[in-house]
Design a protein around this ligand. Structure first.
Ligand SMILES: [Zn+2]
Length: 383
């Protein structure tokens, strides 16, 4: 049997930086066999300048929006962003497919091995069928009008059945609290075998205003879209405290963005939800859209389970996990690199329920091996 033997300036195993002098041994295909001391590793050890890490897990992406790179103005707020995406997203199938193929290749080359991907259509199917990345398709349902909930859900179940031939795990999920009616939440909650949920959560303060007092810019959005929300009754609570109790079947939940999540929301989640919610941070998208960042220190202080995502090229200039890490480091320099890498690897793999294969250098896994260059300059897949 042919082995690969890797050593580097630093070896990160998905949880910790290992003491220096360790060698990672894998099969030719990259299955982890062992981590041994250099003196027991024998010959032919390849040394790399930089950090060797398991492949990155991107917990939030929208591959099908890849053609919208640079199409949406920055820092205009979420409501304007949502409207701009709706206006701009139509394009020729060929343009969309080319953009998705490029994004898929760039993500693979930069070390992303698995992705939680939001799907509004089955457009991404041909790209995913030829992709070397492992996908979890989150087929997203929206509809703030109760009367059309069943019809809208049925349409998206059809999209899901088209995507299911890509042989990827799949869930039906709500888009966001401001775009999904209570009725739709209850229909999604009742779906069988739909255990992994993701939702855009508290991406703007307007979402909280809507639920607390039926106020804010979303009322303007509904008006522009001709949506009558006269029957919507505000809960008087924040968004998270309203929607989280709609899930009653022990689903695992990945809450994305959390830009305007506060300490009471986190307390509520911990008290309410025995299974931990994963808080997915997409800092570059938050800066792109709202020019703000989530309360990451608050999430850390409350031992929240944190994972990372890139969001889409509609709200990011690149789909690169290292760039997300660097943005957090700049704003929160007290967070150790080891912690940030845990979010990008083992935490993400567990959140997407792919930790049997990905997220760490543990025996039997095939997590992909990524070289992170000095000073976090760049990352690339080496196996
Ligand atoms: Zn998103």
């Amino acid at each position: 049997m042919r082995y690969n033997k890797f050593s580097a300036t630093q070896l990160f195993d998905g949880y910790n930086f290992l003491p220096s002098g360790k060698v990672l041994i894998t099969s030719a295909e990259g299955v982890i066999i062992d981590i041994v001391d250099a003196e027991n590793a024998g010959d032919d050890v390849q040394f790399f300048d930089g950090i060797l890490s398991p492949g990155f897990i991107n917990c939030h992406c929208h591959l099908e929006l890849s053609h919208l790179k640079s199409a949406i103005p920055q820092k205009t707020g979420l409501v304007n962003f949502v409207q701009a995406v709706m206006t701009n997203r139509a394009a020729d199938a060929e343009i969309k497919t080319d953009a998705m193929q490029q994004a898929d290749a760039q993500m693979y080359n930069s070390g992303i091995v698995a992705i939680g991907d939001i799907c509004n259509t089955a457009d991404s199917l041909p790209v995913k069928q030829n992709s070397k990345i492992r996908w979890h398709n989150f087929v997203e349902v929206s509809g703030f009008v109760e009367a059309t909930a069943e019809k809208r859900l049925k349409e998206m179940i059809e999209v899901a059945s088209k995507l299911s031939i890509a042989n990827c795990p799949l869930s039906i999920v709500p888009h966001a609290p401001y775009s999904v009616s209570k009725k739709m939440f209850s229909l999604i909650n009742a779906l069988p075998n739909n255990n992994l949920i993701t939702i855009h959560n508290q991406e703007s303060e307007e979402e909280n205003k809507l639920y607390q007092n039926k106020e804010g810019n979303f009322l303007e959005l509904y008006k522009n879209l001709g949506i009558d929300i006269s029957s919507f009754v505000p809960s008087g609570k924040t968004s998270l405290q309203t929607w989280l109790p709609y899930f009653t079947n022990n689903q695992r939940i990945i809450a994305v963005h959390n830009t305007f999540t506060n300490v009471k929301d986190v307390d509520f989640q911990i008290a309410h939800c025995p299974l931990p919610v994963a808080y997915c941070l997409c800092p570059n998208a938050n800066l792109y859209i709202e020019n703000t960042l989530p309360p990451i220190d608050l999430l850390i202080n409350n031992n929240c389970n944190i994972v990372l995502g890139t969001d889409s090229l509609a709200s990011n200039t690149q789909l690169n996990m290292l760039e997300e890490i660097k943005t957090i480091q700049q704003q929160f320099p007290q967070i150790e690199l080891q912690t940030l890498l845990q979010w990008a690897t083992s935490n993400g793999a567990a959140a997407l329920q792919m930790n049997d294969k990905f997220g760490s250098f543990e025996k039997g896994k095939q997590p992909g091996i990524v070289l992170i260059a000095k000073e976090l300059e760049s990352s690339k897949r080496i196996l």
